[in-house]
Write a protein that binds this ligand. Structure first.
Ligand SMILES: [Fe+2]
Ligand SMILES: [Fe+2]
Ligand SMILES: [Fe+2]
Length: 423
C-alpha cells in the first residue's frame, strides 16, 4: 500500500485553529501558546524531543473545552477546576502514540506551582513542561488582540510576577522576564499565524503515516461530534459508509482508508460554528443557515493548509456540493466532483437519514431508499453511487449502525467520570 506523510503540527493546527475561529476573542490562542511555549523551551535549552512535545501539547491544550463558552471563560480567567478540560483533552489523545507525552502535559496544564507542591498532582508526579505551557497560556490569555502590543507588556509582566512561586514556577518567571524584553516575540504573538514563526530541527521527525492519520482523524471526529449529543455519532457513520461504498466501487486499499479519513473530517469546519445553531430545534433563520454554510468552507481552509492531504481535502470539503451545481459553498457541478467527493456526499445523506437523533428516530429502509432515489433523480446525488449503496443497503446499514453504536459507547465513556463527579 502506498503511503503518505503529513506533518503532525499542521494537523494539530486544523483542530485547534478551527476551534479558535469560533470567536474573535480567541484570536489564535492555541497557536500563540504553542509559539510562546516553544520560545520558553528554546530559552531553557531543552532538547528537540522535549520541545516537540511541549509545542504539540500547547497546540491542543484546550481542545477538551468543547464549547465556545467554556473556551472564552478560560481566556477570561484561570479555571476554578484546574483539571476538567485538561483531563478531557488528555483522555482523547492518551492512546495515540505520537502524542503520548503531549497528552500528559495537556492533562495538567493548569496545576499551580504552589511553592513546589505543583510538582505533583493527586500524588502523581507531573512533567515539568506543564509549568511552561501554564505560564505561556496565562501570558497569552492577557493579550488584547486589537491594542498596541508593546504597550501591554509591562502590565502582563507585572501580573505574572505577582504570582511568582504561587501560581508560576520561579525560574520560569525569570525566563519570562528575559523573553519579554525581546520585542519580536510580542510582534510574532500578535501576527496572524504565530505558529508559522517557529521552524525547528525536530520538525522533520513529526510526520504521520496513513494508519496514524486514520487514528488521528478518528479522534478529531470525536471532538467534532461530542460537542453535542445531537451529533455524537454522525462522522463515524459517514466514514464507515463512505469506506464501504468506495471498497465496493473498487477503490484501492489506500484510497479506501483515505476516504474513511475524509469521512471523519468532513465536518471539521463545524468546530468554527457556534454550537447553539447546530443544536437548534426547529427551522433555522436565513442568517443561521448562512452561518452553517460556512462549515465545508472551513473544512477546506484547514485541510488545504496541510501538505499531503489534497485528495482528502477534496473528498471531504465537497460533501454539500450537488451534481447539478446547486450545492454549497463552491457551487461545484458533476464535472468538478471526483468520485470520492460524490461518495462522501451520498454517505453523509444516507447517515443523516438513517441515524437516530435525540428528537427523531432514523428513517426506515424503504423511506431512505425512496429519498436517495429522488435525490439522484433531481441531480443532487450521483446516481451510480446511490445505486451501489441501494444494492448493498442491508450490509452497508449494518456497518453504519455498528460504527455509530461504538461511537455512542465512546461518547458515554468520555463523559462518564464527569457525570459521576457531578452526581
Ligand atoms: Fe487551559
Ligand atoms: Fe489556554
Ligand atoms: Fe456537513
Amino acid at each position: 500500500m502506498g503511503t503518505i506523510r503529513v506533518k503532525l503540527h499542521e494537523l494539530l493546527n486544523c483542530l485547534s485553529g478551527a476551534q479558535d475561529l469560533a470567536d474573535p476573542r480567541l484570536s489564535n490562542h492555541h497557536q500563540q501558546v504553542a509559539y510562546l511555549s516553544y520560545r520558553f523551551a528554546e530559552h531553557l535549552g531543552l532538547k528537540n524531543g522535549e520541545k516537540n512535545d511541549i509545542f504539540s501539547a500547547a497546540l491542543i491544550h484546550d481542545v477538551g473545552a468543547l464549547s465556545k463558552k467554556e473556551r472564552l471563560e478560560l481566556i477570561e480567567d484561570e479555571p476554578v477546576d484546574v483539571n476538567s478540560h485538561g483531563f478531557r483533552g488528555a483522555k482523547l489523545f492518551k492512546d495515540f502514540k505520537p502524542l503520548k507525552k503531549a497528552s500528559e502535559i495537556v492533562r495538567y496544564h493548569h496545576v499551580p506551582w504552589n511553592g513546589g507542591e505543583g510538582q505533583l498532582f493527586g500524588g502523581e508526579l507531573v512533567p515539568f513542561s506543564i509549568h511552561i505551557v501554564h505560564i505561556a497560556d496565562r501570558v497569552c490569555a492577557q493579550i488584547r488582540p486589537k491594542r498596541d502590543i508593546l504597550s501591554q507588556v509591562s502590565s502582563i509582566v507585572g501580573s505574572i510576577e505577582q504570582r511568582n512561586g504561587t501560581v508560576f514556577e520561579p525560574s520560569l518567571v525569570e525566563a519570562f522576564k528575559e523573553l519579554a524584553k525581546k520585542e519580536f516575540i510580542w510582534f510574532d504573538l500578535q501576527s496572524p499565524l504565530p505558529m508559522r514563526r517557529v521552524e525547528f530541527e525536530g520538525n522533520r521527525m513529526l510526520h504521520l503515516g496513513i494508519s496514524d492519520l486514520l487514528e488521528f482523524a478518528h479522534i478529531i471526529s470525536q471532538i467534532i461530534d461530542f460537542r453535542s449529543g445531537f451529533t455524537a455519532r454522525h462522522s463515524a457513520g459517514v466514514a464507515k459508509t463512505a469506506a464501504e461504498v468506495a471498497r465496493l466501487m473498487r477503490f484501492s486499499k489506500k484510497d479506501v482508508k483515505l476516504i474513511e479519513i475524509a469521512g471523519y473530517l468532513h465536518d471539521l469546519g463545524k468546530l468554527a460554528i457556534d454550537n447553539g445553531i447546530r443544536e437548534k430545534k426547529g427551522s433555522l433563520t436565513e442568517s443561521e443557515f448562512n452561518e452553517i454554510k460556512r462549515h465545508p468552507y472551513y473544512t477546506h481552509v484547514f485541510l488545504s493548509a496541510v501538505k499531503g492531504l489534497k485528495k482528502i481535502d477534496k473528498w471531504a470539503s465537497f460533501h454539500h456540493e450537488k451534481m447539478n451545481g446547486d450545492g454549497y459553498p463552491f457551487s461545484a457541478g458533476g464535472r468538478d466532483l471526483p468520485l470520492g467527493s460524490r461518495i462522501v456526499a451520498v454517505a453523509d445523506v444516507f447517515t443523516a437519514l438513517t441515524e437516530m437523533r435525540p428528537y427523531s428516530e432514523g428513517m426506515d429502509k424503504e423511506n431512505a431508499v425512496r429519498a436517495l432515489r429522488e435525490m439522484a433523480a433531481s441531480g443532487a446525488l450521483d446516481a451510480a453511487v446511490v445505486d451501489v449503496l441501494i444494492k448493498n443497503i442491508d450490509h452497508i446499514n449494518e456497518i453504519r449502525f455498528a460504527s455509530q453504536q461504538e461511537a455512542v459507547i465512546r461518547y458515554r465513556e468520555f463523559f462518564k467520570e464527569e457525570a459521576q463527579a457531578a452526581d
